[in-house]
Design a protein around this ligand. Structure first.
Ligand SMILES: *Cc1c(COP(=O)(O)O)cnc(C)c1O
Length: 370
């Protein structure tokens, strides 16, 4: 069926090429290609509106945004986080000189289990770094209560959560800071790119210094920092893509709902429940296979889809602390049994705005066919 056609887990959304060309045309005249130019400023304002947040800083990618978010909190010690994420989250903790302490996840939300955070807190604990994994939201209220009780910072990895709202409130308003990724494979992209939404307006100066060599407004270098600025071509892509974001999310929703229709009643295929009072961005469609009930395991389905040129992905397998770079960490995969179990059995099915209902039906037929 798909001999001449590949279906990947995701596909970058593209604005009409004429619109991008038009958007970048004035960059030739201005010759201002980066360093907080016109496009940067336009996109910054549009994103504050769209995400319904007060303050934002934009970066060359989401990972550097997360590192700067952590650095700007001036922490040393331990950070409680989740191993069920893209490795960027754990890398950011370690690369900023902090120590990750892994908390298990909740089997409904797939995010950090708020009932297991407190017993990991000690005098070295400085922050909590939860992930809104798949755009599913963490228990933001409970996390804030714990943070307040122990005087901890809360920095969210919201790489998957662009446009998500809780009770109508933008996801970037919770905790001290939230990182968003605008990578080509994400719901909204600037080719590569990312942002931090932050609560305290007073952090603006430090964040800007930390993304621009540590340079301050007087030309002094007051921190030893790298270069993580978003350039004008990235910002122009963001301006173009933002026009289509609502339409794209609507199309994703259709795909998502078709998967639900076809798979939600199947014994042994577990689909995480829709979260109450959450406006979703339909970023991913994760399914968890129970071999006992379904008869076939995750890797069997992955390979079977591959034979039809359909490339689902094992997001997120393995857990970050199972990678060889992390073999010396104190916290092992066995210490987070729910995360381990889900990671071993989860598959993320193709989901992007151009996927058709017929494509979804084909994918489901292959999964369900004996
Ligand atoms: C994509 C992603 C990142 C990193 O974002 P980039 O923009 O690719 O640097 C961080 N955390 C998670 C959970 C991600 O999925």
């Amino acid at each position: 069926m798909y001999k001449d056609k590949f279906i990947n887990v995701t596909r970058s959304s593209m604005p009409p090429i004429e619109e991008y060309v038009e958007e970048i045309t004035d960059l030739w005249e201005s010759r201002w290609l980066t360093n907080y130019g016109l496009k940067y400023n336009i996109l910054e304002k549009k994103l504050c509106d769209y995400l319904a947040v007060e303050n934002i800083a934009m970066f060359n990618n989401g990972h550097s945004a997360l590192e700067v978010a952590l650095s700007s909190c001036d922490l040393s010690g331990e950070v409680i986080t989740t191993p069920f994420t893209f490795v960027s989250t754990t890398n950011a903790v370690c690369r900023t000189g902090l120590k990750p302490v892994f908390c298990d996840i909740d089997k409904e939300s797939l995010c950090i289990d708020v009932n297991k955070i407190e017993k990991l807190i000690n005098e070295k604990t400085k922050a909590i770094l939860p992930v809104h994994v798949y755009g599913r939201v963490c228990d933001v209220e409970r996390i804030q209560e714990i943070a307040n009780k122990y005087g901890l910072k809360v920095i969210y990895d919201g790489a998957h959560a662009f446009g998500v709202k809780i009770h109508g409130k933008g996801i970037g308003n919770f905790g001290d800071m939230t990182m968003f990724s605008f990578h080509a494979t994400k719901v909204f992209h600037t080719i590569e790119g990312g942002a931090i939404a932050y609560r305290n307006r007073g952090s603006a100066k430090l964040i800007k210094e930390l993304q621009n060599f540590g340079l301050n407004e007087d030309g002094d270098v007051c921190h030893i920092a790298g270069n993580f600025k978003m350039n004008e071509f990235q910002a122009a892509m963001g301006i173009c893509n933002l026009k289509y974001i609502d339409q794209n999310i609507k199309r994703r929703k259709k795909v998502f709902e078709r998967y639900l229709e076809r798979l939600s009643h199947i014994k042994g295929i577990i689909i995480p429940e829709k979260q109450q009072n959450v406006e979703s961005n339909y970023a991913y469609f994760p399914v968890i296979f129970s071999q006992k009930l379904f008869g076939k395991n995750r890797d069997y389905i992955l390979d079977k889809l591959k034979l039809h040129n359909i490339f689902a992905r094992r997001y997120f397998y393995p857990l970050t602390n199972e990678y060889s770079a992390y073999i010396n960490l104190k916290y092992k995969a066995e210490d987070t049994p729910i995360a381990k179990n889900i990671s071993d059995n989860v598959l993320t099915l193709p989901l992007f705005e151009g996927l058709t209902v017929a494509d979804v039906d084909n994918i489901c037929d292959i999964i369900l066919d004996d």
